[in-house]
Design a protein around this ligand. Structure first.
Ligand code: RIB
Ligand code: CA
Length: 304
């Protein structure tokens, strides 16, 4: 694929989720790429709620982007586990109360990913929920990798999990999908080992006091929920999915380690990242710069 000076096309696959919400709002503000499609996936909430949450966020931004409804069930054996983002997935916010009507495209996320990537010739994917849609698009369209530049993944860990002692949530929900994606695509993985160390401090809540309109209301509500839910004051409030978007846009801002890995698919360690000589060669983020990310967040949300 010859290098063009066109900005890259980006597809976002998401299970909103508050940190997904911060990521979508930032993606709307950023100009290093063009978002060409957004797909919902079962994860923090069921896929119908995830679709509604995407429409809720897009409506607050007055952002017109094709939205595709994704898979309701993982490739892996289903586990009854939801994220920590409240009943609606958006903390205190409820799209139903605001009369949001989800109106996804006719075709599925699987078909939308493939058709859009093939039409464009090359597309990157930001995957900030379980990897079910990407894995099932690959299963249906084995030539999909020909049209995908890179897949940036928020998921996994290099030690401690957040849904079990061993596994991070996105990898835990669908470990079978993760293995298929790592095997087929060029991936950069941003795991808890780095994303847990990057985010807001509760002092940053004041940033959002003066943002007018619905966007300000949503940002304030998101951060209030994270601070109140986590009942932590003064520590870092991670925004895992936003960090993955930042890593996509600022490739040199993160130091990566090339690892051969496989994801454990069953048992007590389901979803855990296991180094394995026969594993899939993957770039894992291992080090970033907190100040640079913090400055990026201030700039992207406050425009300064
Ligand atoms: O473990 C963090 C990940 O799980 C984030 O993507 C969050 O939104 C949840 O999906
Ligand atoms: Ca997510």
């Amino acid at each position: 694929m010859k290098k063009t000076n066109k900005i890259p096309a980006l597809w976002i696959d998401t299970d909103p989720g508050i940190d997904d919400g911060f990521c979508l709002i930032a993606a709307y503000e950023m100009d290093q790429f063009e978002v060409v499609g957004i797909s919902s996936v079962n994860g923090n909430v069921d896929v119908q709620q995830a679709t509604k949450n995407i429409f809720y966020i897009l409506e607050q931004l007055d952002w017109e982007i094709p939205v595709y409804e994704g898979e309701a069930h993982p490739l892996s054996e289903e586990v009854l586990e939801r994220g920590v983002h409240g009943n609606t997935g958006l903390g205190y916010l409820d799209p139903d109360q605001e009369g949001i009507i989800a109106d996804p495209e006719e075709i599925s996320a699987i078909d939308g990913i493939y058709q859009t990537a093939k039409e464009l010739g090359q597309m990157d994917i930001l995957a900030i929920g379980p990897l079910t849609n990407i894995a099932m698009a690959l299963e249906k369209y084995p030539d999909l990798p020909e049209y995908i530049g890179e897949v940036i993944i928020m998921g996994g860990e290099l030690g401690k999990g957040n849904v079990t002692a061993f596994a991070e949530f996105n990898f835990y929900i669908d470990p079978v999908a993760v293995n298929r994606v790592l095997e087929a695509f060029d991936c950069r993985v941003l795991g808890l080992n780095i994303t847990e160390t990057m985010g807001f401090t509760s002092k940053d809540r004041q940033w959002f006091d003066d943002i007018l309109g619905k966007k300000g209301e949503v940002l304030r509500s998101f951060l209030d929920y994270v601070i109140e839910y986590r009942e932590i004051d003064g520590e870092i409030l991670p925004v895992h999915d936003l960090y993955a978007l930042y890593a996509y846009a600022y490739q040199t801002a993160v130091i990566y380690d090339e690892k051969k890995v496989k994801i454990i698919e069953k048992g007590e360690k389901r979803g855990a990242v296991e180094t394995n000589e026969k594993g899939y060669t993957t770039l894992f983020g291992i080090e970033g710069n907190f100040e640079h990310f913090h400055r990026f967040m201030k700039e992207v949300f406050l425009g300064k």
